[in-house]
Design a protein around this ligand. Structure first.
Ligand code: GDP
Length: 461
Protein backbone atom coordinates (compact mmCIF):
# COMPACT_ATOMS: atom_id res chain seq x y z
CA UNK A 1 0.00 0.00 0.00
CA UNK A 2 1.48 3.44 -0.89
CA UNK A 3 2.83 5.31 2.14
CA UNK A 4 0.78 8.45 1.52
CA UNK A 5 -2.44 6.41 1.35
CA UNK A 6 -1.56 4.61 4.58
CA UNK A 7 -0.73 7.84 6.35
CA UNK A 8 -3.97 9.31 5.08
CA UNK A 9 -5.91 6.35 6.49
CA UNK A 10 -4.13 6.68 9.83
CA UNK A 11 -4.83 10.38 9.82
CA UNK A 12 -8.51 9.83 9.06
CA UNK A 13 -8.67 7.26 11.86
CA UNK A 14 -7.22 9.72 14.35
CA UNK A 15 -9.57 12.41 13.08
CA UNK A 16 -12.62 10.17 13.61
CA UNK A 17 -11.59 9.22 17.15
CA UNK A 18 -10.83 12.84 17.98
CA UNK A 19 -14.12 13.93 16.56
CA UNK A 20 -16.06 11.33 18.52
CA UNK A 21 -14.49 12.72 21.68
CA UNK A 22 -15.00 16.31 20.50
CA UNK A 23 -11.23 16.73 20.53
CA UNK A 24 -10.82 17.71 16.90
CA UNK A 25 -11.55 21.00 15.16
CA UNK A 26 -11.17 22.05 11.54
CA UNK A 27 -10.96 25.80 11.17
CA UNK A 28 -11.35 27.36 7.73
CA UNK A 29 -9.74 30.75 7.06
CA UNK A 30 -10.82 32.63 3.97
CA UNK A 31 -11.30 36.09 2.50
CA UNK A 32 -10.86 37.69 -0.90
CA UNK A 33 -7.37 38.09 -2.30
CA UNK A 34 -5.33 40.49 -0.15
CA UNK A 35 -7.77 40.36 2.77
CA UNK A 36 -5.04 39.08 5.09
CA UNK A 37 -5.36 35.26 5.25
CA UNK A 38 -1.62 34.54 5.18
CA UNK A 39 -0.88 37.12 7.87
CA UNK A 40 -3.82 35.85 9.93
CA UNK A 41 -2.84 32.18 9.95
CA UNK A 42 0.82 33.01 10.52
CA UNK A 43 -0.16 35.11 13.53
CA UNK A 44 -2.78 32.70 14.90
CA UNK A 45 -0.36 29.79 14.88
CA UNK A 46 2.49 31.87 16.29
CA UNK A 47 0.30 33.25 19.11
CA UNK A 48 -0.67 29.68 20.06
CA UNK A 49 2.82 28.19 19.83
CA UNK A 50 5.01 31.09 21.04
CA UNK A 51 2.83 33.90 22.33
CA UNK A 52 0.77 32.16 25.00
CA UNK A 53 1.41 34.57 27.88
CA UNK A 54 -1.43 36.36 29.65
CA UNK A 55 0.16 39.75 28.81
CA UNK A 56 -0.04 38.93 25.12
CA UNK A 57 -3.44 37.17 25.10
CA UNK A 58 -5.41 38.70 28.01
CA UNK A 59 -8.85 37.74 26.66
CA UNK A 60 -8.01 34.13 25.82
CA UNK A 61 -9.48 32.47 28.92
CA UNK A 62 -7.44 29.27 28.87
CA UNK A 63 -4.22 31.32 28.88
CA UNK A 64 -5.53 33.88 31.36
CA UNK A 65 -6.51 31.06 33.75
CA UNK A 66 -3.05 29.51 33.33
CA UNK A 67 -4.51 26.26 32.02
CA UNK A 68 -2.83 26.38 28.61
CA UNK A 69 0.09 23.95 28.42
CA UNK A 70 1.19 24.87 24.91
CA UNK A 71 0.66 24.12 21.23
CA UNK A 72 2.86 22.24 18.81
CA UNK A 73 2.75 21.64 15.10
CA UNK A 74 1.68 18.08 14.38
CA UNK A 75 1.73 15.64 11.50
CA UNK A 76 -0.57 16.27 8.59
CA UNK A 77 -1.64 14.29 5.55
CA UNK A 78 1.16 14.05 3.01
CA UNK A 79 -1.26 14.68 0.17
CA UNK A 80 -2.26 18.19 1.29
CA UNK A 81 -0.09 21.30 0.69
CA UNK A 82 1.37 22.56 3.96
CA UNK A 83 0.84 26.20 4.97
CA UNK A 84 4.28 27.85 4.69
CA UNK A 85 4.57 29.01 8.30
CA UNK A 86 8.38 29.07 8.59
CA UNK A 87 8.80 30.85 5.28
CA UNK A 88 6.21 33.47 6.30
CA UNK A 89 7.88 34.08 9.65
CA UNK A 90 11.24 34.49 7.93
CA UNK A 91 9.83 37.26 5.69
CA UNK A 92 8.89 39.19 8.82
CA UNK A 93 12.50 38.92 10.00
CA UNK A 94 14.00 40.28 6.78
CA UNK A 95 15.99 43.46 6.97
CA UNK A 96 13.83 45.54 6.36
CA UNK A 97 10.84 43.36 7.35
CA UNK A 98 8.53 42.22 4.56
CA UNK A 99 4.99 40.89 4.36
CA UNK A 100 4.87 37.20 3.44
CA UNK A 101 3.48 36.19 0.02
CA UNK A 102 -0.31 35.91 -0.22
CA UNK A 103 -2.49 32.81 -0.39
CA UNK A 104 -2.51 31.16 -3.82
CA UNK A 105 -4.59 28.06 -3.19
CA UNK A 106 -5.53 25.48 -0.59
CA UNK A 107 -3.12 24.72 2.27
CA UNK A 108 -3.32 23.34 5.77
CA UNK A 109 -1.43 23.35 9.06
CA UNK A 110 -2.12 20.95 11.93
CA UNK A 111 -1.57 21.70 15.59
CA UNK A 112 -1.94 19.91 18.88
CA UNK A 113 -3.12 22.08 21.75
CA UNK A 114 -2.57 20.85 25.33
CA UNK A 115 -4.44 22.31 28.28
CA UNK A 116 -5.81 21.51 31.70
CA UNK A 117 -9.57 21.08 31.69
CA UNK A 118 -11.31 23.60 33.93
CA UNK A 119 -14.23 21.53 35.05
CA UNK A 120 -16.01 18.18 34.76
CA UNK A 121 -14.83 14.62 34.75
CA UNK A 122 -11.90 15.31 32.51
CA UNK A 123 -10.49 17.87 34.95
CA UNK A 124 -10.62 15.29 37.74
CA UNK A 125 -9.32 12.30 35.83
CA UNK A 126 -6.74 13.72 33.44
CA UNK A 127 -3.66 15.73 34.07
CA UNK A 128 -3.97 17.31 30.63
CA UNK A 129 -6.31 17.27 27.65
CA UNK A 130 -5.61 17.73 23.96
CA UNK A 131 -7.35 19.41 21.07
CA UNK A 132 -6.26 18.66 17.51
CA UNK A 133 -6.64 21.82 15.45
CA UNK A 134 -6.47 21.84 11.66
CA UNK A 135 -6.19 25.26 10.10
CA UNK A 136 -7.27 25.39 6.45
CA UNK A 137 -6.39 28.30 4.17
CA UNK A 138 -8.31 28.77 0.92
CA UNK A 139 -9.12 31.71 -1.38
CA UNK A 140 -12.48 33.39 -0.80
CA UNK A 141 -12.77 33.61 -4.58
CA UNK A 142 -13.63 29.90 -4.53
CA UNK A 143 -16.77 30.70 -2.55
CA UNK A 144 -17.73 33.21 -5.23
CA UNK A 145 -18.13 30.25 -7.57
CA UNK A 146 -21.02 28.75 -5.61
CA UNK A 147 -23.73 30.92 -7.22
CA UNK A 148 -22.67 29.57 -10.63
CA UNK A 149 -24.37 26.29 -9.69
CA UNK A 150 -27.71 28.04 -9.84
CA UNK A 151 -27.09 29.89 -13.10
CA UNK A 152 -27.07 28.66 -16.66
CA UNK A 153 -24.15 29.64 -18.87
CA UNK A 154 -26.39 32.19 -20.60
CA UNK A 155 -27.42 33.79 -17.28
CA UNK A 156 -23.78 33.91 -16.21
CA UNK A 157 -22.93 35.79 -19.43
CA UNK A 158 -25.63 38.33 -18.65
CA UNK A 159 -24.44 38.71 -15.06
CA UNK A 160 -20.80 39.11 -16.15
CA UNK A 161 -21.47 41.79 -18.74
CA UNK A 162 -23.61 43.79 -16.32
CA UNK A 163 -20.69 43.68 -13.92
CA UNK A 164 -18.16 44.66 -16.59
CA UNK A 165 -20.27 47.74 -17.44
CA UNK A 166 -19.62 49.27 -14.01
CA UNK A 167 -17.49 52.46 -14.07
CA UNK A 168 -14.41 50.92 -12.39
CA UNK A 169 -14.36 47.95 -14.81
CA UNK A 170 -15.64 49.31 -18.11
CA UNK A 171 -12.37 50.55 -19.64
CA UNK A 172 -10.48 47.34 -18.77
CA UNK A 173 -13.23 45.17 -20.30
CA UNK A 174 -13.25 47.04 -23.63
CA UNK A 175 -10.40 45.12 -25.39
CA UNK A 176 -12.00 41.75 -24.52
CA UNK A 177 -15.35 43.02 -25.76
CA UNK A 178 -13.71 44.10 -29.02
CA UNK A 179 -11.96 40.71 -29.33
CA UNK A 180 -15.35 38.99 -29.06
CA UNK A 181 -16.98 41.37 -31.50
CA UNK A 182 -14.27 41.05 -34.12
CA UNK A 183 -13.91 37.23 -33.92
CA UNK A 184 -15.71 35.05 -36.46
CA UNK A 185 -17.54 33.03 -33.84
CA UNK A 186 -19.17 30.74 -36.37
CA UNK A 187 -15.76 29.07 -36.86
CA UNK A 188 -15.46 27.84 -33.29
CA UNK A 189 -12.02 26.22 -33.78
CA UNK A 190 -9.90 24.95 -30.85
CA UNK A 191 -7.34 27.68 -31.62
CA UNK A 192 -9.97 30.39 -31.47
CA UNK A 193 -11.39 29.01 -28.23
CA UNK A 194 -7.93 29.13 -26.66
CA UNK A 195 -7.26 32.65 -27.97
CA UNK A 196 -10.46 34.02 -26.46
CA UNK A 197 -9.82 32.10 -23.24
CA UNK A 198 -6.37 33.73 -23.02
CA UNK A 199 -7.94 37.14 -23.67
CA UNK A 200 -10.40 36.52 -20.83
CA UNK A 201 -7.59 35.42 -18.54
CA UNK A 202 -5.74 38.66 -19.33
CA UNK A 203 -8.89 40.58 -18.47
CA UNK A 204 -9.18 38.69 -15.17
CA UNK A 205 -5.56 39.56 -14.40
CA UNK A 206 -6.30 43.21 -15.09
CA UNK A 207 -9.41 43.14 -12.91
CA UNK A 208 -7.30 41.57 -10.20
CA UNK A 209 -5.13 44.72 -10.23
CA UNK A 210 -8.09 47.12 -10.09
CA UNK A 211 -8.86 48.09 -6.50
CA UNK A 212 -12.40 47.08 -5.70
CA UNK A 213 -12.92 44.61 -8.58
CA UNK A 214 -13.62 41.72 -6.21
CA UNK A 215 -16.12 39.63 -8.07
CA UNK A 216 -14.14 37.59 -10.58
CA UNK A 217 -15.61 34.33 -11.83
CA UNK A 218 -14.84 31.54 -12.34
CA UNK A 219 -12.33 31.46 -9.48
CA UNK A 220 -9.94 28.98 -11.12
CA UNK A 221 -9.37 30.96 -14.30
CA UNK A 222 -6.84 33.10 -12.45
CA UNK A 223 -5.43 30.44 -10.13
CA UNK A 224 -6.00 27.09 -11.86
CA UNK A 225 -3.70 25.11 -9.53
CA UNK A 226 -3.84 21.42 -10.43
CA UNK A 227 -6.48 22.17 -13.09
CA UNK A 228 -4.10 24.08 -15.36
CA UNK A 229 -4.74 23.04 -18.96
CA UNK A 230 -8.07 21.29 -18.28
CA UNK A 231 -10.48 21.98 -21.19
CA UNK A 232 -13.26 23.09 -18.82
CA UNK A 233 -11.11 26.13 -17.98
CA UNK A 234 -11.61 27.25 -21.58
CA UNK A 235 -14.45 29.35 -20.32
CA UNK A 236 -15.43 32.98 -20.85
CA UNK A 237 -18.68 34.91 -21.07
CA UNK A 238 -19.89 35.61 -24.60
CA UNK A 239 -21.77 38.87 -25.06
CA UNK A 240 -25.43 38.02 -24.38
CA UNK A 241 -26.38 38.98 -27.96
CA UNK A 242 -23.82 36.46 -29.30
CA UNK A 243 -25.44 33.44 -27.67
CA UNK A 244 -27.95 33.00 -30.46
CA UNK A 245 -25.64 34.20 -33.22
CA UNK A 246 -22.98 31.58 -32.41
CA UNK A 247 -24.94 28.51 -31.23
CA UNK A 248 -22.12 25.96 -31.69
CA UNK A 249 -19.63 27.96 -29.62
CA UNK A 250 -22.29 28.81 -27.03
CA UNK A 251 -23.09 25.08 -26.69
CA UNK A 252 -19.45 24.18 -26.22
CA UNK A 253 -18.97 26.90 -23.58
CA UNK A 254 -22.16 25.74 -21.84
CA UNK A 255 -20.60 22.22 -21.65
CA UNK A 256 -17.37 23.61 -20.18
CA UNK A 257 -19.42 25.65 -17.73
CA UNK A 258 -21.41 22.58 -16.59
CA UNK A 259 -18.24 20.55 -16.35
CA UNK A 260 -16.66 23.27 -14.18
CA UNK A 261 -19.72 23.17 -11.88
CA UNK A 262 -19.60 19.34 -11.63
CA UNK A 263 -15.86 18.78 -11.40
CA UNK A 264 -14.61 21.88 -9.61
CA UNK A 265 -17.31 23.62 -7.61
CA UNK A 266 -19.24 20.65 -6.23
CA UNK A 267 -16.18 18.60 -5.24
CA UNK A 268 -14.72 21.62 -3.41
CA UNK A 269 -17.86 21.87 -1.27
CA UNK A 270 -18.18 18.13 -0.75
CA UNK A 271 -14.52 17.39 0.03
CA UNK A 272 -13.33 20.49 1.82
CA UNK A 273 -16.05 22.89 2.82
CA UNK A 274 -18.34 20.17 4.21
CA UNK A 275 -15.65 19.10 6.68
CA UNK A 276 -15.10 22.52 8.27
CA UNK A 277 -16.28 23.06 11.86
CA UNK A 278 -15.61 26.77 12.13
CA UNK A 279 -14.88 29.54 9.68
CA UNK A 280 -13.08 32.89 9.71
CA UNK A 281 -13.92 35.36 6.92
CA UNK A 282 -11.49 38.25 6.64
CA UNK A 283 -12.66 41.47 5.00
CA UNK A 284 -10.47 44.44 4.09
CA UNK A 285 -13.05 47.24 4.38
CA UNK A 286 -10.37 49.96 4.48
CA UNK A 287 -8.97 49.07 1.04
CA UNK A 288 -12.53 49.21 -0.34
CA UNK A 289 -13.05 52.67 1.20
CA UNK A 290 -9.76 53.82 -0.36
CA UNK A 291 -10.93 52.56 -3.76
CA UNK A 292 -14.26 54.42 -3.68
CA UNK A 293 -18.02 54.00 -3.93
CA UNK A 294 -18.08 51.36 -6.70
CA UNK A 295 -15.52 49.26 -4.86
CA UNK A 296 -17.48 49.34 -1.62
CA UNK A 297 -20.68 48.43 -3.45
CA UNK A 298 -18.92 45.52 -5.14
CA UNK A 299 -17.44 44.36 -1.83
CA UNK A 300 -20.93 44.25 -0.38
CA UNK A 301 -22.18 42.28 -3.39
CA UNK A 302 -19.24 39.84 -3.15
CA UNK A 303 -19.90 39.31 0.57
CA UNK A 304 -23.50 38.60 -0.23
CA UNK A 305 -22.45 35.87 -2.66
CA UNK A 306 -19.89 34.48 -0.20
CA UNK A 307 -22.55 34.27 2.49
CA UNK A 308 -24.64 32.02 0.27
CA UNK A 309 -22.16 29.34 1.26
CA UNK A 310 -23.51 29.58 4.80
CA UNK A 311 -27.17 29.35 3.92
CA UNK A 312 -27.94 25.90 5.12
CA UNK A 313 -31.71 26.06 5.00
CA UNK A 314 -33.71 22.95 4.17
CA UNK A 315 -34.04 22.57 0.44
CA UNK A 316 -31.19 25.06 -0.04
CA UNK A 317 -28.54 24.51 -2.63
CA UNK A 318 -25.91 23.49 -0.10
CA UNK A 319 -27.96 21.02 1.88
CA UNK A 320 -28.54 19.18 -1.39
CA UNK A 321 -24.78 18.88 -1.83
CA UNK A 322 -23.73 17.92 1.71
CA UNK A 323 -24.56 18.17 5.39
CA UNK A 324 -22.87 21.33 6.64
CA UNK A 325 -21.64 21.49 10.19
CA UNK A 326 -20.01 24.92 10.61
CA UNK A 327 -21.23 26.15 13.99
CA UNK A 328 -19.24 29.38 14.40
CA UNK A 329 -18.41 32.06 11.85
CA UNK A 330 -16.15 34.99 12.62
CA UNK A 331 -16.24 38.03 10.33
CA UNK A 332 -13.09 40.02 10.90
CA UNK A 333 -12.37 43.49 9.53
CA UNK A 334 -8.64 43.04 8.95
CA UNK A 335 -5.73 45.52 9.19
CA UNK A 336 -7.39 47.54 11.98
CA UNK A 337 -3.89 48.86 12.81
CA UNK A 338 -4.29 51.14 9.75
CA UNK A 339 -6.66 53.29 11.85
CA UNK A 340 -6.49 54.75 15.37
CA UNK A 341 -8.08 52.63 18.12
CA UNK A 342 -11.15 54.85 18.69
CA UNK A 343 -12.13 54.10 15.04
CA UNK A 344 -12.26 50.32 15.56
CA UNK A 345 -15.87 50.44 16.68
CA UNK A 346 -16.90 52.26 13.49
CA UNK A 347 -14.91 49.76 11.40
CA UNK A 348 -16.76 46.85 13.01
CA UNK A 349 -20.10 48.62 12.48
CA UNK A 350 -19.26 49.24 8.83
CA UNK A 351 -18.47 45.56 8.36
CA UNK A 352 -21.71 44.62 10.09
CA UNK A 353 -23.61 46.95 7.82
CA UNK A 354 -21.98 45.48 4.72
CA UNK A 355 -23.04 42.07 5.97
CA UNK A 356 -26.42 43.02 7.32
CA UNK A 357 -28.54 42.42 4.30
CA UNK A 358 -26.93 39.08 3.48
CA UNK A 359 -26.95 38.08 7.16
CA UNK A 360 -30.66 38.73 7.43
CA UNK A 361 -31.28 36.53 4.42
CA UNK A 362 -29.01 33.71 5.53
CA UNK A 363 -30.26 31.02 7.84
CA UNK A 364 -27.89 31.53 10.64
CA UNK A 365 -29.71 29.64 13.35
CA UNK A 366 -27.27 26.77 13.06
CA UNK A 367 -24.16 28.92 13.50
CA UNK A 368 -23.13 31.63 15.95
CA UNK A 369 -21.54 34.59 14.22
CA UNK A 370 -19.55 37.56 15.43
CA UNK A 371 -17.89 40.57 13.81
CA UNK A 372 -14.77 42.30 15.10
CA UNK A 373 -11.91 44.52 13.96
CA UNK A 374 -8.49 42.96 14.21
CA UNK A 375 -4.88 43.22 13.11
CA UNK A 376 -3.25 39.82 12.79
CA UNK A 377 0.19 41.45 12.66
CA UNK A 378 0.12 45.01 14.00
CA UNK A 379 2.39 47.28 11.95
CA UNK A 380 1.64 50.60 13.72
CA UNK A 381 1.83 51.99 17.25
CA UNK A 382 -0.98 54.22 18.42
CA UNK A 383 -0.66 57.28 20.65
CA UNK A 384 -1.58 60.94 20.94
CA UNK A 385 -0.12 64.21 19.72
CA UNK A 386 -0.93 67.65 21.13
CA UNK A 387 -2.73 69.86 18.60
CA UNK A 388 -3.74 73.34 19.86
CA UNK A 389 -3.49 72.04 23.41
CA UNK A 390 -5.73 69.05 22.68
CA UNK A 391 -4.62 65.42 22.62
CA UNK A 392 -5.31 63.99 19.14
CA UNK A 393 -5.06 60.26 18.41
CA UNK A 394 -2.36 59.28 15.94
CA UNK A 395 -0.46 56.32 14.51
CA UNK A 396 3.22 55.87 13.92
CA UNK A 397 4.78 53.35 11.59
CA UNK A 398 6.89 52.92 8.46
CA UNK A 399 5.45 53.26 4.98
CA UNK A 400 6.08 50.57 2.37
CA UNK A 401 8.80 52.81 0.90
CA UNK A 402 10.59 53.00 4.23
CA UNK A 403 9.54 56.44 5.48
CA UNK A 404 8.85 56.81 9.22
CA UNK A 405 5.47 58.54 9.67
CA UNK A 406 3.28 59.82 12.49
CA UNK A 407 -0.20 60.74 11.32
CA UNK A 408 -3.94 60.67 11.82
CA UNK A 409 -5.28 58.32 9.12
CA UNK A 410 -8.80 59.77 9.23
CA UNK A 411 -12.18 58.59 10.42
CA UNK A 412 -13.93 55.40 9.40
CA UNK A 413 -17.62 55.80 8.50
CA UNK A 414 -19.75 53.56 10.71
CA UNK A 415 -22.13 52.91 7.80
CA UNK A 416 -21.73 52.58 4.05
CA UNK A 417 -21.37 56.22 2.88
CA UNK A 418 -23.38 57.38 -0.10
CA UNK A 419 -21.62 57.98 -3.40
CA UNK A 420 -21.69 61.76 -2.84
CA UNK A 421 -19.40 61.54 0.15
CA UNK A 422 -16.81 59.77 -1.98
CA UNK A 423 -16.86 62.66 -4.46
CA UNK A 424 -16.17 65.15 -1.63
CA UNK A 425 -13.75 63.07 0.41
CA UNK A 426 -10.94 60.68 -0.44
CA UNK A 427 -10.17 57.96 2.10
CA UNK A 428 -6.45 57.28 2.38
CA UNK A 429 -5.62 54.51 4.78
CA UNK A 430 -1.99 53.87 3.94
CA UNK A 431 -0.21 50.52 3.94
CA UNK A 432 2.56 50.00 6.44
CA UNK A 433 5.59 47.78 6.62
CA UNK A 434 5.61 45.18 9.37
CA UNK A 435 7.56 46.24 12.47
CA UNK A 436 11.01 44.73 13.03
CA UNK A 437 10.46 41.50 14.91
CA UNK A 438 12.55 38.75 16.49
CA UNK A 439 11.40 35.15 16.51
CA UNK A 440 11.51 34.68 20.27
CA UNK A 441 8.97 37.44 20.95
CA UNK A 442 5.20 37.40 20.43
CA UNK A 443 3.94 38.90 17.16
CA UNK A 444 2.27 42.28 17.84
CA UNK A 445 -1.47 42.11 17.12
CA UNK A 446 -4.86 43.65 17.81
CA UNK A 447 -7.56 41.38 19.30
CA UNK A 448 -6.10 38.04 18.25
CA UNK A 449 -6.89 36.98 21.84
CA UNK A 450 -10.58 37.78 21.24
CA UNK A 451 -10.37 35.82 18.00
CA UNK A 452 -8.88 32.78 19.77
CA UNK A 453 -11.45 32.99 22.55
CA UNK A 454 -14.35 33.09 20.10
CA UNK A 455 -13.00 30.29 17.91
CA UNK A 456 -11.48 27.95 20.48
CA UNK A 457 -12.50 29.08 23.98
CA UNK A 458 -15.42 26.65 24.36
CA UNK A 459 -13.30 23.70 23.19
CA UNK A 460 -10.62 24.40 25.80
CA UNK A 461 -12.80 24.42 28.91
P1 GDP B 1 -4.17 37.07 1.49
O1 GDP B 1 -4.15 37.33 0.03
O2 GDP B 1 -5.56 37.02 2.02
O3 GDP B 1 -3.35 35.88 1.91
O4 GDP B 1 -3.56 38.36 2.20
P2 GDP B 1 -2.17 38.57 2.99
O5 GDP B 1 -2.21 37.93 4.33
O6 GDP B 1 -1.05 38.22 2.10
O7 GDP B 1 -2.24 40.15 3.19
C1 GDP B 1 -2.16 41.02 2.07
C2 GDP B 1 -1.47 42.28 2.52
O8 GDP B 1 -2.25 42.94 3.51
C3 GDP B 1 -0.12 42.03 3.22
O9 GDP B 1 0.90 41.90 2.27
C4 GDP B 1 0.01 43.25 4.07
O10 GDP B 1 0.45 44.35 3.30
C5 GDP B 1 -1.42 43.53 4.50
N1 GDP B 1 -1.79 42.96 5.82
C6 GDP B 1 -2.29 41.74 6.11
N2 GDP B 1 -2.55 41.63 7.44
C7 GDP B 1 -2.20 42.80 8.00
C8 GDP B 1 -2.25 43.32 9.32
O11 GDP B 1 -2.68 42.69 10.30
N3 GDP B 1 -1.83 44.62 9.48
C9 GDP B 1 -1.35 45.37 8.44
N4 GDP B 1 -0.95 46.61 8.69
N5 GDP B 1 -1.32 44.92 7.18
C10 GDP B 1 -1.73 43.66 6.96
Amino acid sequence: MPVSFLSQLQHQGRELTGRALDRHLRLGVTGLSGAGKTAFITSLVHQLTQGDSSDNLPFFAVVQQQRFLGARLSQQPLSVPRFALDQNLSYLQHEPPQWPPSTQGFSQLNLNLRYKAAEGLRARLQHSSELALEVIDYPGEWLLDLPLLELTYAKWCEFSWQLFARPHRKAAAEPFKQALLSADLSLSTPGQLQQLTDAYKTLMQQFHQIPGAYLNQPGRVLVPGELAGAPMLQLFPLLPEQLEAAPALAKQLEQHYQSYCQHVIKPFYQRYFARLDRQVILVDCLAALNAGADALAELSQALKLILQSFQYGPGGLLSRLFKPRIDKVLFAASKADHVTPEQHKALTLLLQQLLQQPLKQSLYQAATSEAMSIAAIRASNSGYVQVDGLAQPCLSGTTMTGKAVTYFPGEVPAAQPDAQLFSRHKFEFIELRPQPWRDNTALPHIRMDHVLQFLLGDKLR
